[in-house]
Write a protein that binds this ligand. Structure first.
Ligand code: FAD
Length: 394
């Protein structure tokens, strides 16, 4: 977002200096090997990066490198240094993939993971419904077994990128027995089959990122089921846990965009004269960013050690989303009149770089809603981490 703004002299953010956070020096053999590979692939495609296992290096072989936290950070640094970009497929790489790794058969992994990692097949998430958001277990979309097929009927809401996706991860009800969460199954659904209609929803930034999706007797082959029948709730927790952790992204907009460090760097480099209150707010914002950086590293270490992301992820999400709004509000304020311009920049839909501060400010309002609202995250922290009594209304 920032880099383009500086080039055109409108916004605040300039080039971000790449620092070697890991302290792993340039002679480290992993770094040497990466630099050699990047030298031979100066503009690597998504396929190149996936073949080199650099898209999700923490994943196990053959999809990733089983990379340690330090190695992942080295890879991130080297990719940034070379200006190489991983494919944009956040739902695919960020949370569908890890769930397929946990529950998929070898055939399912081989079918879905390679084009997911290369970005050649884009993914969406078909979880939320008109009456099932925070209370996701009350979802009403059904999956009925008919011979070798599953028949899906119902409606999903707020489905980001459904209009661009080849595949979707889908939760549907397969039983009404017992507790609601015990009757949910997890499917992988082609978005290009008869019976699916996708209708756009335009958000307050003016973008078309999310959609309503209608399923009218959609027929999925039997092997679209991930894991066991009625075990979807457990797998959904894997997905949502990964959704709440961003292993590589540092930006305040769900891992994308600038960081508070970038904002400080810009204020410094542009010699902005700040009022006392602005300095206080900037230092507070930077401090929050640093706390989140260390928390993110701890979560990354846990994930690499094979620990399922639980309430730690809720803690990070609740803090990070508030921080994103704090940072964007501050940046827009510092940008003065330029912060009110709604120049949409060269990007397409949905949060790519090259956007204005106004866009970032508006978009940041979604942070405390998407992926589980901040209020609900705080309920989880209160009950599971602090052991406080349950919410009275629950
Ligand atoms: C940008 C964006 C992208 C999204 N993309 C997707 C996607 O790709 N796929 C998908 O499936 N969904 C997606 N969502 C939907 C998102 O997961 C839901 O919006 C979210 O889970 C909240 O559900 P809801 O909107 O139905 O709100 P509700 O659950 O109806 O909540 C309304 C209000 O009530 C509060 N509330 C609810 N329950 C409690 C409680 N127990 N105690 C106290 N307060 C409570 C909430 O905090 C909120 O303020 C996206 C949302 C956003 C903003």
């Amino acid at each position: 977002m920032a880099v383009d703004e500086r080039k055109e002299g409108r916004g605040l953010l300039g080039e971000v200096t790449v620092t070697l956070e890991t302290g792993v020096d340039a002679r480290d053999p992993r770094r040497v090997a990466l630099r050699a590979w990047l030298g031979a692939h100066p503009s690597p495609s998504g396929r190149d990066l996936a073949d080199a296992k650099l898209v999700a290096p923490a994943w196990p072989e053959p999809w990733g490198l089983g990379a340690s936290v330090e190695y992942q950070l080295v890879i991130n640094e080297e990719l940034r240094r070379a200006g190489a970009h991983r494919p944009i497929n956040p739902i695919g790489i960020g949370w569908a993939g890890p769930t397929i790794l946990v529950a998929g058969t070898e055939a399912q992994k081989s079918r879905w993971l390679p084009p997911l990692l290369s970005g050649e097949e884009f993914w969406c998430q078909l979880f939320s419904e008109p009456n099932a958001g925070s209370d996701l277990a009350s979802l009403a979309t059904t999956a009925r077994r008919d011979g070798d097929e599953w028949v899906i009927t119902g409606q999903k809401l707020w489905t980001s990128y459904a209009h661009l996706a080849t595949w979707g991860i889908l939760l549907a009800r397969t039983s009404n027995e017992g507790a609601p969460q015990n009757g949910i199954s997890y499917f992988v659904c082609s978005m290009k089959i008869p019976g699916i209609s996708v209708r756009p929803l335009i958000d307050m930034t003016g973008d078309h990122a999310f959609n309503e999706v209608f399923f009218d007797e959609v027929r999925l082959p039997a092997d679209s089921l991930l894991g066991q029948v009625n075990d979807g709730w457990r797998l959904a927790q894997v997905t949502l846990g990964n959704e709440r952790v961003s292993l590589s992204g540092e930006g305040v907009l769900w891992g994308r965009g600038p960081t508070a460090r970038d904002l400080v760097e810009l204020v410094r480099s542009q010699h902005l004269a700040l009022r006392k209150i602005d300095r206080d707010d900037l230092v507070r914002c930077w401090s929050h960013g640093e706390i989140l950086r260390f928390l993110r590293m701890r979560l990354t270490a846990n994930a690499v050690a094979g620990k399922v992301a639980g309430s730690d992820a809720s803690l990070r999400k609740a803090l990070a989303d508030d921080h994103g709004q704090e940072m964007m509000t501050l940046a827009q304020r510092f940008a003065g009149s330029a912060g009110m311009l709604n120049d949409r920049g060269p990007g397409g839909s949905g949060g790519q770089e090259g956007r204005s501060w106004s866009w970032g400010f508006l978009y940041s309002q979604a942070l405390t809603i998407g992926g589980g609202t901040s209020v609900v995250q705080r309920n989880i922290i209160a009950e599971r981490v602090l052991g406080l009594p349950k919410d009275l209304g629950a």
